[in-house]
Design a protein around this ligand. Structure first.
Ligand code: NAP
Length: 243
């Protein structure tokens, strides 16, 4: 069934691919920060709406979310603008989106949030990690500590929300290689990385997976067709986000 879908962070590398995958079947709106990106959105074709996670209000986002079936959150400061901006986009911006979904009158849209692998309580190491994962995780936190901290705070906050259905997709390191249509989904190691095109494909498949509500789903490069891997993980129903 065709759905109304809105993407926050709509001009991002993954979001542009996601909109292209969804737009043949669904009505896609992409939230961008500047009018100069509008032509790229229109050519998908999708509908551009200009709003900023830092400048616009919860009410403005709630208005944009009215009548939508699914909200995707794919925005991120991307390390630009220092620690403060990481906090204001990756954490406060995400919370603004959660509040805005709650502020939609009547039926609330679902949220599919693009997070990251290994976002967790640093004291709780997942049981399936091996020594190499523990070492990679330690380095990841040394290099990207602020990013992981604010992503974790956002994900923890989301996990408490019950007014709308949500799912987190948690990819490993993103690569700009052609997609393979295959991946390793759920209870994964931390490497290898995954092409952005394959992350976009997984996000697009989640449009129809209301049964993924409440799940955090790890995804890295691998050999299983993405649809099959996602389906098996969702049917098992054991989240990768430990809270
Ligand atoms: N890099 C990795 O290895 C990795 C691994 C796992 C997960 N992730 C996550 O995946 C996300 C998406 O990846 P990507 O490659 O698609 O990133 P990207 O190309 O940097 O896209 C991020 C988007 O967020 C938008 N944005 C930034 N600040 C905003 C604001 N204040 N209001 C509204 N939108 C704003 C940017 O807008 P502009 O285009 O206007 O700048 C951009 O379009 C990342 O942000 C990260 O959280 C990354």
């Amino acid at each position: 069934m065709s759905k109304n879908v809105i993407i926050v962070g709509g001009h991002g590398n993954i979001s542009l691919r996601l909109a292209s995958l969804l737009s043949p079947k669904h009505t896609v709106t992409s939230i961008i920060r500047t009018d100069s990106h509008a032509k790229d959105i229109v050519s998908i074709p999708a509908k551009p709406v200009v709003l900023s996670l830092e400048e616009s209000s919860v009410e403005e986002f709630a208005r944009a979310f009215g009548g939508q079936d699914v909200v995707y959150f794919c925005a991120g400061a991307g390390g630009k603008g220092g620690d403060e901006r990481t906090k204001s986009v990756d954490y406060e911006g995400a919370v603004k989106v959660f509040d805005a979904i709650e502020g939609v009158d009547g039926r609330k849209p679902r949220l599919v949030l693009l997070s990251s692998i290994d976002v967790r309580d640093p004291e709780r190491v997942p049981k399936h990690y091996d020594e190499r994962d523990v070492e990679i995780s330690k380095k990841y936190r040394e290099v990207l500590g602020t990013y992981v901290k604010w992503k974790y705070e956002a994900d923890k906050e989301l996990s408490k929300r019950t007014a709308f259905k949500w799912t987190m997709l948690r990819p490993g390191g993103l690569r700009d290689e052609p997609g393979t249509g295959k991946a390793c989904v759920g209870k994964t190691h931390l490497t290898p990385g995954i092409p952005r095109a394959d992350v976009a494909k997984a996000l697009a498949l989640l449009v129809d997976r209301e049964d993924a509500a409440g799940l955090g789903i790890d995804i890295i490069g691998g050999e299983v067709p993405i649809e099959e891997g996602l389906d098996a993980f969702i049917k098992k129903g054991e989240t990768d986000f430990l809270g």
